[in-house]
Design a protein around this ligand. Structure first.
Ligand SMILES: [Zn+2]
Length: 459
């Protein structure tokens, strides 16, 4: 745990959980820094050697996967990337299948690869998560694959579509498992890999599009997700033990329509003053670390309409008329359900304190469940950090939960210990500048392979 806590101290935006934990170990961190690096076992040394030897093939696999466009809505492309990886898992002795989703969902489906059940199986049951799709639909102008030479002329970085989000991570999964296979360390392990085809825009309802993933979680002990590794300000690599929910709120406000000259009179202030009161009270009074809510769009007047599918709307009103209607759409992000419940209760109270002549109603809708920072997640991070240090790759810190958007791991984190950010290291995801540091594929594959090796030998 100490290494984890030491990492936390470097973070500017620590949550209450992090702060409390960090304070208890502040005095011990100096000692921790001097701890000797543990030796890798002979088998672990072979695993590291195999990953180094396979590095050129890993880059070639990444190139092949990136050159196939797999925007979420390009179903043929998503399936083709799935086929590319499926062949690789087949070759490693995994049983593979393509999970189809209902046609009306308009998503390509997912790849599932599992080691066959053996009588003498051992250790933790692992599920590894990646995704096949990218945000880059066909016809976009971002370069697909642009190698960037480093000072010595070798390829140091790759710019391209989905290199870090997250075909690089998918390759890390494969290279970790390939090395384990080559040293005979997969026998008897219980490992399943799910590469989803719609992570960037998950199909609805999510109970269906994420149903197989949740089922898999219920027969697994630990989930490892291979989204990009994050580098903290001080240069330390970091993984994700918590992520906030994605949820939404809708505020409907009504007022009494009348001549504007009476706006401060007994008829009431109208809907626009009322919504101003509500939103400002939210901002000033519903304050907790890790909690945010953002009114993203607001329409007010005497006639408003909002087109949900296209996220746009129109409003009609006159300066000499008191507005009688306002609608607001926003998001709400929280660390755990207790925080959600506190926030929602406080917001409902504020909404109910209506100005004269006005009334309002607020509705909430959950989308991605929160990945709470649990002791179990911190323990997996500690083991990951230990593996990294034992391989001479330095300790792994913790990404603040509020510093990441939503991801697939959140659907399984309520059920099992979970860690995310085990993928390769890059930047500029979802933008024309998306890029990947080539050497990080090897680094992350070594860390992941050692963690998987140790977890599958631990009860
Ligand atoms: Zn993404």
């Amino acid at each position: 745990m100490r290494r984890t806590m030491k990492a936390m101290l470097g973070l500017a935006a620590a949550t209450a959980v992090q702060l409390a934990a960090a304070q208890t170990v502040q005095q011990s961190t100096q000692h921790t820094a001097q701890q000797p690096v543990q030796q890798l076992s002979p088998v672990e040394q072979q695993i590291v050697a195999a990953i180094h030897a396979n590095a050129p093939q890993a880059l070639e696999l990444l190139r092949q996967s990136v050159l196939i466009n797999s925007g979420t809505m390009n179903h043929a492309g998503v399936r083709a990337v799935g086929k590319l990886f499926r062949d690789q898992f087949d070759a490693l002795g995994f049983q593979t299948r393509w999970i189809e989703l209902p046609p009306e969902m308009q998503r390509a489906g997912h790849l599932l690869a599992e080691l066959p059940n053996r009588p003498a199986s051992h250790g933790k049951r692992l599920m590894l998560l990646g995704h096949l799709d990218t945000v880059f639909e066909p016809g976009n102008t971002t370069p697909a694959w642009e190698p960037q030479p480093g000072p010595d002329g070798s390829v140091a970085r790759i710019k391209g579509q989905g290199v870090s989000d997250m075909k690089g991570g998918d390759v890390v999964i494969l290279e970790a498992l390939r090395a384990l296979k080559q040293v005979g360390a997969l026998d008897g392990s219980r490992i399943a890999v799910m590469l989803t085809g719609d992570e960037e825009e998950a199909g609805n309802p999510k109970t269906v599009s994420r149903g197989d993933m949740v089922d898999l979680a219920k027969r697994s002990d630990v989930a490892l997700s291979f989204e990009g590794s994050i580098t903290l300000k001080d240069g330390m690599a970091a993984a994700t033990v918590g992520r906030r929910s994605t949820a939404f709120f809708e505020l409907e406000v009504k007022g009494r329509q009348a001549h504007s000259m009476g706006v401060f009179g007994p008829g009431g202030y109208g809907a626009i003053y009322e919504v101003a009161r509500i939103l400002d009270a939210f901002r000033q009074q519903v304050v907790e670390p890790g909690l945010t809510f953002n009114p993203g769009v607001i329409l007010g007047g005497t006639e408003v309409s909002y087109d949900e599918a296209n996220s746009r709307g129109s409003a009609f009103g006159k300066t000499n008329v008191i507005a009688n209607t306002v609608t607001v759409k926003g998001d709400l992000r929280y660390l755990d359900y207790a925080q959600r419940d506190r926030a929602q209760a406080r917001m409902r109270e504020i909404v109910a304190q209506s100005l004269p002549g006005a009334s309002a109603a607020i509705a909430f809708r959950d989308s991605y469940p929160p990945m709470a920072v649990t002791p179990g997640n911190l323990k997996v991070l500690e083991q990951y950090s230990r593996a990294s240090q034992d391989a001479g790759l330095g300790p792994i810190g913790m990404v603040p939960p509020e510093a990441r958007g939503a991801g697939d791991i959140q659907f399984v984190a309520p059920f099992i210990d979970s860690l995310d950010g085990l993928g390769a290291s890059g930047g500029g995801a979802h933008s024309p500048n998306e890029s990947l540091e080539v050497a990080s594929i090897e680094r992350s594959a070594i860390r992941a392979a050692l963690l998987i090796y140790r977890l599958t030998r631990q009860d």
